[in-house]
Write a protein that binds this ligand. Structure first.
Ligand SMILES: [Zn+2]
Length: 291
């Protein structure tokens, strides 16, 4: 599933390949992926020029300027589980599950939105509508300050794995990078955010930043569907330390990586590098008689 590094890679590709280009025509082949009316989607986008691009968390927003000076509109893109957004020559046969075609300039190339599982969404919206969507998210995981991160952890209960993936607290981290960051920080996925030591919380903040930065540099992680705008897979797969490595030896200590289901999602961790959280009673040490 595309997370921040994959979406950022798509954003960088669109900046290179699509900015400054005009939308000549829009074809919706599968209305279910459009938020709002497909007719409105087509009519509000056609004829506009792609003049800007913003990413927050896993959401992408392309700014669309009208030649007549009308208010800009925004194409909000969410890749969902298996979404692909590519710049493709029109001569290339259309792959199955391609739901939207956006012809650029003279129509020799087009943006294609393909999504096998169809959890992705495209929406044409106003600035206010866009701000409402982006404003509901927590700070972007790459731009969040350490003070914001630590404040969001304070007094939080529940599994830290779920906390890392809560888009209302921090936007952009999903299953892959949550597992990897917890491993780097030596924190068990079931630890409670509010009980993690300050030193480990600091390490986790650093780990999130580092793991995202490295993954962006390698173009993200491809397991099955994710591709960049040129149709290339991401290269971070070989860097994974725990994600999807159940039963294989930890690259740091040799212990077997384990899998645990938390809130319906698989978590992968090293039982030795990420020891289980201690209970409160143990944290205060053994009770001494007479005290
Ligand atoms: Zn280990």
């Amino acid at each position: 599933m595309p997370e921040l590094p994959e979406v950022e890679t798509v954003a960088q590709g669109l900046r290179r390949r699509a900015l400054g280009r005009r939308i000549a025509a829009v074809e919706v082949r599968q209305p279910a992926v459009i938020v709002g009316s497909p007719e409105g989607f087509v009519s509000t986008l056609t004829g506009r020029t792609l003049t800007g691009l913003e990413r927050k968390g896993k959401a992408l927003a392309l700014e669309l300027t009208a030649a007549n000076g009308a208010e800009p509109r925004f194409l909000l893109v969410r890749l969902g589980m298996t979404g692909q957004f590519t710049v493709t020559p029109q001569s290339v046969p259309i792959a199955p599950h391609t739901h939207v075609l956006i012809a650029l300039d003279d129509g020799h190339e087009e943006l294609r939105f393909r999504d096998v599982r169809r959890f992705g969404r495209l929406r044409s919206c106003t600035r206010e509508e866009l701000q409402a969507v982006l404003g509901a998210m927590g700070p972007d995981a790459q731009r969040m300050t350490e003070a914001q991160f630590l404040a969001a952890m304070r007094d939080r209960r529940g599994a830290i794995k779920s906390w890392l993936m809560n888009q209302n607290l921090m936007a952009g981290v999903g299953n892959i990078y949550a597992d990897e960051a917890l491993f780097q920080a030596g924190i068990h996925p079931l630890a409670q955010p509010g009980r993690v030591s300050p030193a480990k919380a600091h390490r986790l903040y650093q780990a999130v930043r580092r793991v995202l930065e490295r993954a962006v540099r390698l173009g993200g992680t491809t397991f099955s569907d994710y591709l960049d705008v040129e149709g290339r897979p991401g290269e971070f797969l070989k860097m994974l330390r725990v994600y999807q490595r159940t039963g294989r030896p930890c690259r740091r200590c040799g212990c077997k990586i384990r899998r645990l289901v938390i809130a319906g999602r698989s978590s992968h961790f090293c039982p030795s590098c990420q020891p289980p959280p201690r209970r409160k009673a143990q944290m205060h040490g053994p009770r001494r008689p007479g005290v």
